[in-house]
Design a protein around this ligand. Structure first.
Ligand code: SF4
Length: 334
């Protein structure tokens, strides 16, 4: 099952209770960035450039928990930077789990093997390892040799210890769909629970010509989606259809709000027009009507999961879409 019975129950309850209260903008997944520091300088990453002046700033355990309580999203995705460089990462994860949040702990895998000795597997904890291709490609994208091997070794150890492990793959302009399918097969063979994908986003601060136009995204994802052959997907089939150009979705950036040492990032995980001190101010003061395809040129080629994955679940759905989502949740297949 993609979402366990308890997470499915929490998500349904969360949607129902917000809808009943007339709240139409509510978060599904809090993107918690407790630090920006990283042990890599990946080609497509804008974070370490955007926040280069505050790379030493962090959110402490109580600030992280306070952010989770403000957003009150059932899922907290702990990202960064490299979260495992945070001196209190164990305490942050533990305190989120103790307070009944479902936690996705993201990592580039370099420090993961050692970290596994510090915490216990937990049904509410998923490890999310970033891999952008097979060894040569991935090491090229992260600009460091040996990273792929380290990440794969960490995944194998995590599976041996019974952790839930999924991977996150960013698709760039020159990504070979065949190589991504090979990567997914390798990941399945070593026991990874499933895969997540997102097309790269062209950060203002990144000048590298690696990003996709919408039509290129559609072409690449069409090829991957039609050849998955039993790979478990952690992205919904509706989001995949959107990526493959088979349907359109409206961006819902407020469903994945981002908080970091500067505050609540507005409007979304990718573009920054402001930081607000509280979640409430972020939701209230962001001019949501200004963002999305056709409204802001920075949004025109954006199809990232933090903007659109929740859109595939929220809102009125056709019966056939509900069936698709139910089948996907049970089987991981589209
Ligand atoms: S379309 Fe993309 S860049 Fe624009 S607001 Fe939505 S998530 Fe952010």
């Amino acid at each position: 099952m993609i979402y366990s019975a308890s997470l499915s129950y929490r998500l349904v309850k969360h949607i129902r209770s917000n809808t009943a209260k007339g709240i139409n903008k509510f978060p599904f997944v809090l993107m918690l960035e407790p630090l920006f520091k990283c042990n890599l300088k990946c080609k497509g990453c804008g974070k370490i450039k955007e926040y280069k002046d505050i790379l030493d700033r962090t959110l402490n355990v109580s600030e992280c928990l306070d952010a989770a309580r403000q957003a009150n999203a059932p899922i907290v995705s702990v990202t960064g930077g490299e979260p495992l460089l945070h001196p209190e990462i164990k305490e942050i994860v533990t305190s989120l789990l103790d307070n009944k949040y479902f936690v996705y702990l993201c990592s580039n895998g370099l420090l993961l093997e050692d970290f596994l000795d510090e915490i216990e597997p937990n049904p509410a904890l998923s490890l999310v390892v970033h891999l952008d291709g097979m060894e040569k490609t991935h090491d090229l994208m992260v600009k460091k040799d040996g990273v792929f091997k380290k990440a794969v070794a960490a995944i194998k150890k995590a599976k041996k210890l019974n952790y839930q492990v999924r991977t996150n793959t960013t698709i760039y302009r020159d990504t070979d769909p065949g190589e991504i399918l090979e990567l997914f097969r390798v990941l399945k063979s070593i026991g990874t629970d499933g895969v997540m994908v997102s097309p790269a986003f062209s950060y203002v601060d990144v000048s590298e010509e690696v990003f996709l136009k919408r039509e290129q995204t559609n072409e690449i994802f069409k090829k991957i989606y039609s050849n998955l052959n039993g790979i478990t997907l952690y992205n919904t089939p509706i989001y995949w259809e959107f990526l493959a150009g088979k349907r359109d979705l409206e961006c819902t950036p407020w469903a994945n709000p981002t908080v970091n040492p500067k505050g609540w990032k507005s409007p979304c995980y990718l573009i920054t027009d402001a930081h607000y001190p509280t979640y409430r101010e972020y939701i209230k003061n962001t001019d949501w009507a200004k963002y999305g395809r056709g409204k802001d040129p920075r949004c025109d080629n954006c199809m990232v999961h933090s903007g659109y994955e929740a859109s595939s679940i929220l809102g009125k759905k056709k019966f056939s879409d509900l069936l698709k989502l139910a089948k996907w949740n049970l089987t991981g297949r589209g």
